[in-house]
Design a protein around this ligand. Structure first.
Ligand code: PTJ
Length: 269
């Protein structure tokens, strides 16, 4: 199959290019077929927030950076969609906060594990956990393939960043006493509601923002970082996201949303 050509002046070019990187990830074997559907759901929520980082997301991104820096053993979980959309940004965050990357898949196959690890290494990762026999530990009370984790990675971690996650594992990780940071455009998902810190933003914007905050906060003492995390209220943040969407839709509904198009030019008979 050939790659689609997107006209340079297409008004939705950026979004279509992101879609292309996911389709390429699927053709290359990194992304699960279900990942394409998950992306569509994400796109829909991104439309609702205006395809931009909204103030509550910025606050969550700062708290996420603080939590990763304050952690004893932080780990960044990587699935197919995350690798296809943001391999470089994942590696940059991993290096900035000193958190290893671990492959963790819902639709696990040895081939996908290795392809995702390869993509991360090609983007500068020094090591990737959770591949093959390294995923020898089990998250208790979890029955999906996501239960298989690295004993020196997610299993032993105190803080885990889970981009584009399913709710089951977030809840299981919380039961293990871990701090879970989610990146999920859907503020209503089980993951968003079960995590300690939910970043309602596109992974393509969220990761560079968290890295930027981490660079800024790196100089702070651990107690100050812990205080930022303690003060963050996930329920209040999710409510702020819902109110933002409500107010935005309200404003659009009052103002009108039809596009102003140029009048058709008259053709000579
Ligand atoms: O690679 P695998 O095998 O681990 O499978 C990955 C998927 C994504 C298929 C799997 O984790 C899955 O089924 O996830 P869900 O339950 O569909 O949840 C994915 C969540 O991510 C949804 O709430 C989407 O709204 C959200 N999402 C999708 N695209 C983005 C996103 N959030 C942030 N940025 C995105 N680009």
């Amino acid at each position: 199959m050939e790659e689609a050509w997107i006209p340079p002046n297409h008004p939705r070019r950026e979004s279509l290019l992101v879609r292309e990187s996911l389709v390429k990830g699927f053709k290359d074997g990194l992304v699960a077929m279900q990942g394409l559907i998950a992306h569509g759901r994400g796109e829909c929520f991104d439309y609702l927030i205006g395809e931009t980082t909204i103030p509550p997301a910025l606050e969550a991104e700062r708290a996420a950076a603080a939590a990763l820096l304050a952690a004893e053993r932080p780990v960044i979980s990587v699935n197919g969609n995350a690798a296809a959309l943001a391999a470089k940004a994942l590696v940059e965050l991993s290096k900035t906060v000193g958190a290893p990357l671990e492959v963790n898949l819902f639709y696990r196959s040895r081939e996908r594990e290795e392809l995702i690890a390869k993509a991360l290494m090609e983007n500068g990762a020094d090591a990737v956990l959770g591949v093959g026999d390294d995923a020898a530990c089990t998250i208790p009370e979890l029955f999906s393939e996501r239960r298989k984790v690295s004993c020196r990675g997610i299993y032993a971690a105190d803080v885990v960043l889970v981009p584009l996650e399913d709710g089951d594992r977030t809840e299981a990780l919380r039961r293990m006493g871990k701090t879970v940071i989610a990146i999920d455009l859907n503020p209503l998902s089980r993951t968003s509601r079960a995590a300690n810190i939910t970043v309602v933003d596109n992974i393509t914007r969220a990761l560079p923002n968290i890295t930027r905050f981490a660079v800024e906060l790196k100089v702070k003492p651990r107690e100050e970082l812990a205080e930022i995390v303690r003060k963050f209220d996930n329920d209040a943040n999710l409510r702020a996201v819902l109110k933002y969407i409500r107010d935005r839709l309200d404003e659009l509904a009052n103002r009108g949303i039809a596009l102003e198009l140029p009048k058709p030019s008259r053709r000579e008979p």
